[in-house]
Design a protein around this ligand. Structure first.
Ligand code: PLP
Length: 401
């Protein structure tokens, strides 16, 4: 079978097959693992060929800020997994968010953003995008009347994250997508917490999926990356911004992320199973006021999570009695988990959101998002669950000291 036919066959392959094979164009060396094209520029056979490539008359690579074969391999693979026509890779998740705003918004436009989003997303919108004449309104993620009421004639984009960070609220993507569609606005969903292995927002009506690929796509905490997935019409606008502004993904990082995608589903299932078991156990422990994990039957949107997702994810948060001092004592008493803000790593991470990931928000913004001083977030890794339980027990013991 020739390369073209092989790629056509992969288009209709099942997700586990696409995760390990989609997007690969085998080179003349016949390499089995994807080639890493660590090059910034490309050589032309003649001055006229260079001119044709630059003008777009001829297809082909010009410069790695525009295109790179390893980055394209990653883009095609993630597009296949998300069920998108096209994907555009970026240097980080925040670069993907910036690219979305710069590509699809103009001065005078309005965004409605869920309150339950990553801290830097709020900072980017409030401190930077707003300087270019774009208005931002915030709504409670699950207040659908609130989404509707916030619409204005110039509302161009609705943005949400589900499950939300760090309080694990579940937003009904189909419901918000209907509100967006009726207003001719774009719905962008940050799918970082579940990845396409557990949730496909485009099939639920979202227009664009955004990722911090830094998280579960890498899966081992090595590189930064981001991606936008959606229709070719929207992605071509993002490509145009990327080419001129340059928040492009490095080919080395793309290669790492490609390898990460190959094991994504298996890892997501393992992260999810351990997180749920630990969340169920924490719920029974004295000193723990509330546990947030959408796999718990006590979670207010558990039924929606069951309907909308194919798993519950590896991130949970919980509130301990005694506020910030108690939360810090808990975190400091753990000895296996890494105290770091990253998530989606094979190594379990633990963090105090109010003073780290969401520390740049005002106290009232944190309160509105439910990020209370006693809240601790754990992104459950792939270690033995009994070792993790023992580590959490060290934290619990410190609450009693
Ligand atoms: C949900 C979510 N979205 C976006 C980002 C930003 O991604 P990056 O750190 O790759 O820029 C993060 C980072 O933690 C995140 O957790």
């Amino acid at each position: 079978m020739n390369e073209h036919d092989r790629r056509e066959q992969l288009r209709s392959a099942r997700p586990d097959t696409q995760a390990v094979r989609a997007g690969q164009r085998r080179g003349p060396e016949g390499e089995h693992s994807e080639a890493l094209y660590l090059t910034s520029s490309y050589v032309f056979g003649s001055a006229s060929e260079a001119a044709e490539r630059f003008s777009g008359e001829a297809c082909g690579n010009v410069y790695s800020r525009y295109t790179n074969p390893t980055v394209r391999n990653f883009e095609e693979r993630i597009a296949a997994l998300e069920g998108a026509e096209q994907a555009v890779a970026t240097a980080s998740g925040m670069a993907a968010m910036l690219t979305a705003c710069m590509s699809w918004l103009s001065a005078g436009d309005h965004i409605i953003c869920s309150r339950g989003v990553f801290g830097s997303t709020t900072v980017l919108l409030n401190r930077f995008i707003s300087r270019f004449g774009v208005d931002v309104s915030y709504v409670s993620p699950t207040d659908y009347a609130g989404w509707q009421a916030a619409l204005r004639p110039r509302t161009r984009m609705l943005f949400l994250e589900t499950p939300s960070n760090p309080t694990i609220e579940i937003v009904d993507i189909a419901r918000v997508s209907e509100i967006a569609r009726a207003a001719a606005a774009i719905l962008v969903v940050d799918n970082c917490f579940l990845s396409p292995a557990l949730q496909k927002p485009l099939t639920l009506g979202a227009d664009v999926v955004m990722h911090s690929a830094t998280k579960y796509m890498d899966g081992q905490g090595r590189v930064l990356g981001g991606v936008l997935c959606g229709s070719s019409a929207l992605m071509e606008q993002a490509v145009a911004f990327m080419r001129s502004a340059g928040p492009s993904l490095s080919p080395f990082n793309a290669w790492i992320l490609l390898k990460g995608l190959e094991t994504l589903r298996l890892r997501m299932e393992a992260h999810s199973a351990s997180a749920l078991a630990l969340a169920q156990w924490l719920e029974t422990q004295p000193g723990v006021l509330k546990v947030n994990h959408c796999g718990l039957t006590s979670h207010p949107q558990h039924a929606l999570a069951v309907a909308q997702q194919r798993g519950f994810g590896g991130v949970m948060s919980f509130e301990v009695e005694g506020g910030q001092a108690a939360a810090w004592r808990f975190i400091d008493a753990t000895s296996l988990m890494s105290i770091t803000a990253n998530l989606g790593d094979a190594k379990t991470t633990i963090v105090h959101p109010a003073t780290t990931t969401h520390g740049r928000l005002s106290a009232s913004e944190r309160e509105e998002q439910g990020i209370r001083p006693g809240l601790v977030r754990v992104a459950v890794g792939l270690e033995d669950i009994e070792d993790l339980r023992e580590d959490l027990a060290r934290g619990l013991a410190a609450l009693r000291d």
